[in-house]
Design a protein around this ligand. Structure first.
Ligand code: GLU
Length: 624
């Protein structure tokens, strides 16, 4: 891997135009700052302290395989997954080993204290495993309202126990393992336990994230684990041991997920959440014991790229990921987008305009309708009503191909109006970030796409430790901040995605499997972190591979873009001034800034399989 280009620092003035969005999107900026390389740290020491700091992107050449492959966000995690594949393991076996190592080496993004969605193909059927966190039984719609009745500031909500949801990733993985595992459960934990016990080298990205982090050090367990005696965060390359996590993982390996969700570890979680000094939460032992992962029907839609028809499959609600991607791609089909190829290796202004408009329509529906289906019925009784061609065609009629951009965008009325349970207020956009994506293909041609998260970088900044004198532990999620802080809109209507006891917060995660619709053959497994931008990052990559015929790596490397809250974001220093000017001429408010995706993709190509990992983070693909 070699340095391809070094993004210039983003001046604070660039953000003034988006003052309102600055808070909402601080996660993306922070993510970019924290991607700063060791080199950037030495040349621009201040960069890590501010969200506008420099970012490094490395060039990945892409990978090629014949039989099996695993793609993950950290080389040690990828190695653990590949070791399982070579030991005769299934895609699910590999994904479990990857997740356990990620808990240790990429603690900022995912782990046993968080939740995940896993989409699985067993050669015939696609299944969607839902390990999303749930709200505690004692939580209600006012969870994120302050004493004045107003929504809390995001940062106030994130740090502490308030936003900790019941972690679902581990029980979900156990459920998937029961159905699709080939290796013994305990075997899958060996790489993570060894690395936790013997130590692992802190990665440049973890070091940079730690250097830019302020809240984590206030947690006494985290302060002792992530920082030296002088309170300095460990630098890249430092050998970090986590004996507490090794012990917890050993128990889970031997006893199964109940070792996490009941008994002394569960008690330690409850203590960390309820005894937080300034922002306690409502987690109880009974919440943990009662948590159940769900097996769902995947959400699948056809995507025609003549002469082929692809079938895109992903998570249904509570994730908005697949639904919104399908809405964007489906809406684009009713615009001239398909006739527009890349110009100079990049999407041009004409195409970007159409993409932005289609996305704005899709996101308006997302804000109005998508929430946990156990609490919120689908419009017209079927989530697919939001992506029916006739509905999307009617929606697309609002787009003017040559501009100007639509002045305002509202949710539509899919299906017969009488059956559409309107009456929800749209949910305002909120910050989301701190996630990882895993894709695996095994020797049987079975596949996993799994996106896994503790929500914010380092989650709730609460590190769980049983108090037995072992350093380290694991971080708890702050996933409940994916609920709407406001339970109702200005007009008093309830927000579909408001907090309710036992409810799963709406997600943007989009682990995706793509098939040839005619033959049923698997074509691609992929996904990304990035909060609500997951939808744009994944849509871009699918479009690049399926429509523009790019390799997974080339599609991942395309510059990132996407509208959010009325602003059209473009990845900093990746688009020509004429593209930016042409979008502004059409009435788009354009803001260029780092957009730190973490895409991982495995896709069929003429010679077998190709892998791609996002050079904006530390991903690696291994296989044979
Ligand atoms: N919590 C977010 C979600 O579930 C993901 C956050 C991220 O990608 O960083 O949609």
């Amino acid at each position: 891997m070699q340095v391809r280009w070094q993004l210039a620092q983003v001046g604070p003035q660039a953000l003034v135009a988006a003052g309102r969005l600055r808070k909402a999107l601080s996660g993306l900026l922070l993510g970019a700052a924290l991607c700063a390389s060791a080199q950037a740290q030495t040349t621009t020491p201040a960069a890590n302290a501010q969200p506008e700091g420099a970012s490094k992107i490395v060039q990945n050449a892409g990978w090629h395989f014949k039989k099996q492959a695993v793609a993950a966000a950290n080389p040690l995690a990828t190695e653990a997954g590949y070791a399982m594949l070579t030991a005769g393991g299934s895609a699910v076996d590999a994904a479990i080993a990857v997740q356990m190592v990620l808990s240790l080496v990429e603690p900022q993004s995912s782990g046993i204290g968080g939740g995940a969605f896993l989409v699985h193909f067993d050669g015939k059927n696609v299944r969607a495993y839902d390990g999303r966190e749930t709200a505690p039984a004692q939580a209600g719609p006012d969870l994120f309202l302050g004493a004045d009745g107003k929504p809390l500031a995001m940062k106030q909500a994130i740090v502490g126990g308030r936003a900790v949801g019941i972690p679902g990733a581990l029980r979900m993985l156990a459920m998937a393992h029961t159905a699709h595992g080939k290796l013994p459960w305990a075997f899958l934990f060996a790489p993570a336990i060894r690395l936790a016990r013997d130590g692992f080298a802190v990665s440049p990205r973890l070091a940079a994230l730690l250097a830019g982090e302020t809240a984590l050090q206030k947690d006494p367990v985290a302060a002792q684990y992530f920082y030296d005696a002088q309170g300095r965060p460990w630098p890249a390359g430092h050998l970090l041991r986590n004996p507490e996590l090794a012990a917890v993982l050993q128990r889970i390996a031997t006893e199964g997920p109940d070792a996490l969700m009941t008994g002394e570890v569960a008690q330690a979680m409850v203590n960390a959440v309820r005894q937080h000094p300034s922002n306690p939460g409502l987690l109880q032992l009974s919440d943990l014991a009662a948590y159940r992962p769900l097996l769902r029907q995947p959400l699948c839609t056809n995507y025609r790229v003549a002469p082929k028809t692809y079938r895109l499959c992903g998570m249904p609600p509570p994730s908005s990921g697949m639904l919104t991607i399908a809405s964007i791609l489906g809406t684009l089909d009713f615009t001239p987008a398909a006739s527009l190829s890349l110009t100079g290796g990049q999407p041009g202004a004409d195409w970007l305009h159409l993409y932005a408009e289609a996305s704005r329509l899709a996101f308006a529906d997302r804000a109005a309708y998508v929430a946990d289906p156990a609490f919120t019925p689908a419009p017209s009784g079927d989530w697919l009503s939001l992506v029916q061609p006739a509905y999307l065609q009617a929606r697309a009629a609002a787009i003017t191909p040559q501009g100007p951009a639509m002045p305002a965008v509202r949710a539509g009325t899919p299906g017969p109006a009488a059956q559409t349970p309107l009456g929800w207020a749209p949910m305002p956009a909120q910050t989301e970030h701190g996630t990882s994506h895993i894709s695996v293909l095994d020797r049987w041609g079975h596949a996993v796409a799994m996106t896994t998260t503790i929500e914010d970088a380092f989650g709730a900044r609460l590190m769980v430790n049983r108090g037995k004198g072992l350093a380290g532990g694991f971080l708890l999620n702050n996933q409940l901040t994916d609920f709407s802080f406001s339970p109702s809109g200005a007009d008093g209507k309830p927000v579909a995605n408001r907090v309710q006891p036992g409810k799963r917060p709406r997600s943007s995660m989009a682990p995706t499997l793509v098939f040839d619709a005619d033959s049923g053959a698997l074509q691609l497994s992929g996904g990304s972190p990035g909060g609500a931008f997951i939808i744009h990052f994944t849509a871009k990559t699918l479009y690049g591979v399926l429509r523009w015929g790019l390799s997974p790596q080339a599609a991942i490397d395309l510059p990132n873009f996407g509208p959010m809250e009325g602003i059209t974001f473009l990845e900093k220093d990746r688009f020509t001034p004429s593209t930016v000017a042409a979008l502004r001429d059409r009435g788009h408010q354009v803001l260029e800034m780092p957009l730190t995706s973490g895409l991982q993709v495995i896709a069929r190509d003429a010679a077998g399989w190709a892998g791609g990992a996002d050079g904006r983070r530390e991903g690696l693909v291994l296989g044979d």
